[in-house]
Design a protein around this ligand. Sequence first.
Ligand code: FES
Length: 213
Amino acid sequence: MTDIPETNVARMPAQMSTDPARRRFLVASTSVVGSVGLVAAAWPFLASWSPSARARNLGAPVEVDTSKIESGAQVTVQWQGKPVWVLRRTPAMLDHLADPALLERLRDPNSEVASQQPDYAQNPLRAIREDVLVVIALCTHLGCIPTFRPDIAPADLGPDWHGGYFCPCHGSRFDFAGRVFKNVPAPTNLVIPPYHYVTDTVVQIGIDPEVAA
Ligand code: FES
């Protein structure tokens, strides 16, 4: 897999500061850009809202039209004050996620830690639709935002790297299902938020399918 397209939205977290205050600011800015309109329109007004209105808005469901995301790219949206990635996985990414050599290197390849995903995402790809990953972009070690690294065997990550998420804070690694590798500080897989599809391609983050039905 080479030359995977990557949106500016996806790249921005990779360039974030490790300073917590600056990182929070950049997360907010990044999410505004990547939130396919909804959050982008809302964010400038939040500062002038009452605390209760702001809290309600930050907790509101967020919709993303996955048909507008190029295969191999991702967008970042803001939900409940957290960054959430929506990644369109390529066939090559999906093939790699099933590779036995990869599974051997993962701490929880079958997503057995139930707290890290809803029941409907407790499957090998940790998703409702196999080509779309929806995952909270916070490292399960100390909460840094990992970087999106779809490149194969880059010099800084080594020849065994076949793409995934890398947390520069203390070196944790995750695959394109948000599954954590062994022998890194992060103890568990990345968290999958509640979500469901409102159309064939539009995902709504923040509401479980049974609640939406
Ligand atoms: S916060 Fe990610 S490795 Fe420490």
